[in-house]
Design a protein around this ligand. Structure first.
Ligand SMILES: Nc1ncnc2c1ncn2[C@@H]1O[C@H](COP(=O)(O)OP(=O)(O)OP(=O)(O)O)[C@@H](O)[C@H]1O
Length: 272
């Protein structure tokens, strides 16, 4: 199920997490008694502030501080944003952390009300559960045809490619026609024969679950990150529950696009 959760990450369609000044923060670094450890989860020192934030954290978890605000005050660069981020990371992994810059509020392009509304909606995350049709199996063969480049189009244009993907489980084997979108997704994941993959037909997402155990002796040069998994059993096509975690602002952005909100769930074409 943990592998399948990966498929549900709709957020990477829209949000790119860049390495920044706060990327090393993974939590508040507190022990079970909410005391701050000297060095933990990317945090160093500032034990009193972290302990206080831990108190707020327990109030949030108990649902006793809804609708209230906390003001952190201090000299520039003393770790106010860091504590806020540690707090967000200590809640569930998908807790959104929205930052607002003064230049966004005092902007000629956007009204102050709009900028603040967006900031609030960026800070509210929702979980959307849906049942998705997933194809899960071991890759027997993958072949991609690259037609000769047409004048005027870029040579590596994905949509002009077609291909075939043979997948098997312990009980069955099937050949699927591949569309441009899925070829791109498989290419990104560097899928090759012997990999066990899960394909989300609707969103055109491919997830590599690992290499099949039966192929473990094929290569002697496998990295430490190579995970060996069993070839799936039963039907290739399965219905699984997928959870999308999105901020209200992201739903607003999708809604303002041509395809609308359904673009989150449905693919553009019927092919996989
Ligand atoms: N306790 C800490 N442990 C580890 N890194 C820290 C800690 N406090 C601050 N930092 C790091 O110091 C830098 C500045 O911290 P931060 O941006 O949180 O300060 P700030 O008070 O929000 O600043 P400003 O007032 O300018 O917004 C960041 O790179 C942050 O990761």
């Amino acid at each position: 199920m943990t592998e399948l959760k990966k498929l549900s990450e709709a957020r990477d369609l829209m949000r790119i997490e860049r390495i920044g000044a706060h990327s090393h923060i993974r939590g508040l670094g507190l022990d079970a008694g909410l005391e701050a450890r000297a060095v933990s989860e990317g945090m160093v020192g500032q034990c009193a502030a972290r302990k206080s934030a831990g108190l707020i954290l327990s109030l949030i978890k108990e649902g006793k501080i809804a609708g209230r605000a906390i003001l952190l005050a201090g000299q520039p660069g003393t770790g106010k944003t860091t504590v806020a981020m540690g707090l967000a990371k200590s809640l569930v992994a998908e807790t959104p952390l929205a930052t607002v810059f003064a230049s966004e509020i005092f902007s000629l392009e956007m009204s102050k009300t709009e900028a603040l509304t967006q900031a609030f909606r960026k800070a509210i995350g929702v979980r959307i559960k849906e049942e998705a049709e997933i194809i899960e199996g071991e890759v027997v063969e993958i072949s991609i045809d690259r037609p000769a480049a047409v004048a005027g189009s870029s040579a590596g244009h994905f949509s002009s490619k077609t291909g075939k993907l043979t997948l098997k489980t312990t009980d069955m084997e099937s050949v699927y026609e591949l569309g441009g979108k899925m070829i791109e997704a498989l290419g990104k994941e560097k899928v090759q024969s012997g990999d066990v993959i899960a394909l989300d037909r609707a969103s055109g997402k491919a997830t590599k679950l690992g290499r099949s155990i039966t192929r473990s002796s094929d290569y002697d040069a496998t990295g430490p990150s190579t995970k060996f998994v069993r070839c799936p059993e039963g039907e290739l096509q399965k219905r699984k529950e997928v959870v999308h975690c999105v901020a209200l602002h992201e739903i607003d952005v999708i809604n303002s696009r041509m395809q609308g909100f359904l673009a989150l769930f449905t693919g553009v074409t019927g092919e996989i």
